[in-house]
Design a protein around this ligand. Sequence first.
Ligand code: ATP
Ligand code: MG
Length: 346
Amino acid sequence: MFDRDTGGARIELRALTKHYPGQPAPAVDNVDLDIPAGELVVFVGPSGCGKTTTMKMINRLVEPTSGEIRIGGQDVLSLHPDELRRHIGYAIQQVGLFPHLTIGQNIGLVPKLLGWSAARTADRVEELLTLVNLEPSAFHDRYPSQLSGGQQQRVGVARALAADPPVMLMDEPFGATDPITREHLQNEFVKLQKQLRKTIIFVTHDFEEAIKLGDRIAVLRERSHIAQYDTPANILANPADDYVAGFIGQDATLKRLALLRVADVQCERQPMSADMPRITADASLREALDVMLAHGTDRCGSPSGVLTYDALCEAVGTEPASGTAPARKEPVGAGPAAALKEAVRR
Ligand SMILES: Nc1ncnc2c1ncn2[C@@H]1O[C@H](COP(=O)(O)OP(=O)(O)OP(=O)(O)O)[C@@H](O)[C@H]1O
Ligand SMILES: [Mg+2]
């Protein structure tokens, strides 16, 4: 249906507006947004600001009052809604599994509608149950009411992925899971997205989750007005205003550390003592800082040399910006290092 050359399909919203009947103001007002093919964009914004309404217009569970939506260049409003929805994965806040179908049948629903063979669908269901950490033999034949809320939510994610759609809309899909399951799902999801490069809109209230998953983050105000739309690194370095800064919270510097890898930093070629703690090249600088603090040292060994605390501070201060907004250059020592010390002290 959509152009799938790059795994995903570009989504374009133009002057998109939804005015629910009887409401004094539009829920979504004149929104323009471009989501490049294969990128994951996170919507962050307060409750009631229009995130779900914006998403539901994209798969036409809500009909726009005015404006345009294009996916892969195709005008979505000219397509048949049912046909459109088979090509858009959708995982929602309230899960929305069919109570009279088993877990296996729920996940296999869209592949079946698309005419996949029974054997191919069965393989896919098993693969996805394993992916979301639900043992297929234990869960395949149960009904949704026989699962916990978090388990149901994982089935919802599996169902959204089932037919390998080029576009996915995910509305707080991990919201009801405990921190450990949530981290597992996030990590699996990051890995999967690296391979598949689908175009994904992902809603969360958790800014850490937004930073971890998003290629870009759209920070929304009421009526889905866009306060800032940029990469996590640029938003953390240069919040557009106090409203955006409020979403980031207090410890922006620590959050930026989580975005950078040891491999991104200039390490020193010097001998490593046997008792120096070691860290892998793909560990984040935040993990490296944890290791330094735990060992009471200002350096640790990595495959590319010795990572020092000073190099780590410098990396946070001079993180080059990609994308639209320029990075704010702060003097090393005064700005980021001081902020880091302050954050660590808390
Ligand atoms: N069917 C509806 N009829 C009338 N108003 C609605 C309807 N659905 C949503 N709204 C209103 O539209 C606004 C946006 O709602 P929406 O569900 O899009 O918010 P949201 O950003 O997803 O919030 P949350 O974070 O709480 O899920 C809210 O003020 C809500 O009350
Ligand atoms: Mg919502």
